[in-house]
Design a protein around this ligand. Structure first.
Ligand code: AGP
Length: 364
């Protein structure tokens, strides 16, 4: 790649640090304060059509699939439309029921991932309406879709996605707000979300200032054989993405589980040698998440919490700024990008070009 590293040692570090500007870009020019809504020019979906949507199915691969899982949660909570995400690679081989009242959304950084493109083409062939949430302008998936939202993350060179993931989730928040305001989200709630969105860039700056603390924690974890990532509801896709990122660049084995599922099996793994990274937002599930930390501590497991306030049961807490509950997942993933980064760096890995992986997989 020919882009300047701008004084950073790796593209990944540069791209992590670019996130305040990147998020600013995805929001710019799209917020309409008069109606507490957003304007998405390329959507190609008028209000009357938007009201007829009965379900939303989001398709993507890898990190983009994880962004889609958070996106589905944002759409359900703001627009109250049943929504879920599925790996595009699976969807296209299970002969899915394609329903005319379902809106399909394809998510892709590159816009060229073959499994996603093929899913879009199969859907279009069956007459479905497909939108794209895509980074690369004019890419194959963007062209194939009926409309969509560009995520404006800018060029991403590192094989693992950081800023594009954050921008994709933010783009989903805009889409959810847009659909919500056409349906049942009140002006007041719209305003609340808009204020939250506007706080994101400076809150990301705040998080980036914790890098030294995260580096020290990473030095402790760099020798681990395996790590467990847990979260609940909104926090679970954050855990999935953080565990993928760690695997991709450090080659440490990692698992992600809903914290609520620990007692149904994975608790058997907990012992001092298996650190747990827990997503603990200050929301309606705080007490439930704390109970999970207690379960882990009772089995002498080491815990790193990403939370809005220090957690007594955790060995370390990375404290992140609070936003609106719906938008917290956007912020909570960011310290874990830095954790994966510094863990991999401490292990001497080739961070921008991890073994066996390509930036975009344009073949089957
Ligand atoms: C690198 O391997 C990525 N983390 C990978 O999971 C990627 O997200 C996936 O291949 C999808 O790529 P796309 O967003 O360009 O479609």
């Amino acid at each position: 790649a020919s882009y300047d590293m701008g004084g950073h040692d790796t593209y990944m570090h540069k791209e992590i640090c670019e996130q305040p500007d990147a998020v600013d870009r995805v929001l710019r020019g799209r917020i309409d304060d008069r109606f507490s809504t957003v304007h998405l020019g390329g959507l190609n979906l008028d209000a009357r059509e938007a009201r007829t949507i009965r379900r939303i199915k989001i398709l993507g691969c890898g990190t983009s699939y994880h962004a889609g899982l958070i996106g589905a949660g944002l759409i359900e909570s703001m627009a109250r439309i049943p929504a879920d995400a599925e790996p595009a690679s699976e969807f296209r081989y299970r002969n899915p029921v394609v329903d005319p009242d379902t809106l399909y959304i394809a998510v892709s950084q590159s816009g060229e991932t073959y499994d996603v493109l093929a899913a879009v083409q199969e859907l279009k062939r069956k007459g479905a309406r497909v939108l794209g949430v895509v980074n690369v302008v004019g890419s194959a998936i963007a062209r194939e879709a009926d409309g969509g939202v560009y995520v404006h993350a800018g060029p991403e060179v590192c094989v693992v996605s950081t800023k594009c993931f954050t921008n994709t989730v933010t783009a989903f928040a805009l889409l959810a707000l847009h659909l919500g305001r056409i349906r049942d989200l009140s002006v007041t709630d719209g305003k609340r979300i808009i204020e939250g969105l506007r706080k994101l860039p400076s809150q990301i700056e705040e998080i980036l200032k914790t890098e030294e603390q995260i580096k020290e924690i990473a030095a402790e974890y760099a020798g681990a054989q395996s790590m467990m990532f847990i979260g609940r509801v909104r926090g679970y896709p954050v855990a999935l993405e953080a565990s993928l990122k760690l695997k991709e660049i450090s080659y440490i084995h990692a698992e992600a589980y809903p914290a609520s599922e620990l007692k149904h099996g994975p608790l058997a793994l907990i012992e001092p040698a298996l650190p747990t990274i827990a997503i603990v937002p200050d929301d309606d599930l705080l007490e439930k998440n704390r109970a999970a930390l207690e379960e882990i501590k009772a089995r002498s497991g080491r815990i790193l919490a990403v939370a809005h306030q220090p957690q007594a049961k955790a060995d370390h807490t990375i404290v992140v700024p609070k936003n609106e509950d719906e938008l917290d997942p956007i912020l909570m993933g960011i310290p874990l990008q830095l954790l994966a980064y510094h863990t991999a760096l401490a292990m001497g890995r080739d961070i921008d070009k991890p073994r066996n992986l390509a930036k975009s997989v344009t073949v089957e």
